[in-house]
Design a protein around this ligand. Structure first.
Ligand SMILES: O=C(O)C(=O)C[C@]1(C(=O)O)C=C[C@@H](O)C=C1
Length: 308
């Protein structure tokens, strides 16, 4: 039985992602109060895999996840899940919009409803919560210092809260991407529809650093689907780059690109190759296919042995 951790408590969007990945039967699914807590439990072998948010179509990268994957004992992504995001404003029965002085929710959720809040609750303050469902639980308990929560409909229902407004996200098509994280003990097999995540640390002694890194991808026809720069926290101006690229480490062109990155970077942290949630086949330029690389390598091997 696989033991899964997720950003809880029950009723978070992360729990929905876990249910979409693996329905609850036959799984142990343990909520953790934070991304750091879930990933620490994974590193300490208390659980086998963790589902955590990594990227939202409106607010971008989830720093807690990007940073936890970029440092500490290595972990790898073994899968990803896309969840459409729909928010409600929930409060205890009898509360009206006029009663609301403050609203609690996760910072990424607040970023997605800011426009709505400005229009309908211009005087209400915002209080950050560990998750949307934790905010709903606080409202139900009368703790947290806010009268309403921005959360998923299921979290309002779990806590017997009234829904004061539905579909309050500023962008109707908002989607959050979640990753399934494991210890680096196995690798999903290539499917032709894969993604690879790496974190690149620049050398301090090289000019034009980012261009040099991206060239390693472009000359091998590799498409990059995400780039986040994060401070390394070591000194002012020191950043690393967390990137997703199309393809699997087993693909020749991805392997060659990783070798190139290893030469020009101070450090390359491999964070996994896994099937892409959109299921789209990666389009490959024939000049960078596995066959093209194999033919070129055979040619070089012959040159080195016989000179022709
Ligand atoms: O608070 C939750 O419900 C979460 O699962 C976290 C989270 C996030 O980190 O982006 C997930 C999806 C939504 O975009 C808002 C919050």
């Amino acid at each position: 039985m696989t033991r899964y951790a997720y950003l809880g408590p029950e009723g978070t969007f992360t729990q929905m992602a876990l249910h979409a990945w693996r329905p609850a039967q036959g799984q142990e699914q343990t909520p953790f109060g934070s991304v750091d807590g879930a990933l620490a439990a994974l590193r300490e072998r208390q659980i086998d895999a963790a589902v955590v948010p990594i990227e939202n179509s409106v607010e971008g990268g989830v720093s807690a996840t990007l940073d936890a994957l970029a440092s500490g004992d290595p972990l790898i992504v073994t899968g990803e899940v896309l969840v459409p995001i729909t928010f409600v404003l929930a409060a205890r029965a009898g509360t009206t919009l006029a009663d609301i002085r403050a609203v609690g929710t996760h910072s990424h959720a607040w970023a997605q409803v800011r426009g709505w809040a400005q229009q309908h609750l211009p005087d209400a303050g915002y209080v950050p919560a560990l998750s949307t469902a934790a905010a709903a639980a606080d409202v139900a308990a009368g703790s947290g210092g806010y009268e309403a929560a921005v959360c998923a409909p299921v979290a309002a229902q779990n806590h017997g809260l009234s829904v004061l407004a539905e579909d309050i996200g500023d962008m109707a098509q908002a989607v959050t991407r979640f990753v399934v994280v494991s210890r680096p003990e196995w690798l999903p097999r290539p499917t032709g529809r894969d993604k690879t995540t790496v974190v690149l640390f620049q050398r301090s002694d090289r000019a034009g650093g980012l261009v040099e890194l991206l060239e390693q991808l472009s000359t091998r026809g590799i498409n990059m689907t995400r780039l986040d720069s994060r401070p390394t926290r070591e000194s002012m101006g020191s950043y690393c780059f967390s990137i997703d690229l199309e393809g699997h480490v087993a693909d020749e062109r991805v392997g060659e690109a990783l070798m190139g990155l290893r030469r020009v970077c101070a450090e390359v942290r491999f964070v996994g190759s896994y099937p892409a949630a959109n299921g789209r086949e990666v389009s490959i330029d024939p000049l960078t296919s596995d066959d093209a690389f194999a033919e070129a390598r055979d040619w070089l091997d012959r040159l080195r042995v016989t000179g022709g």
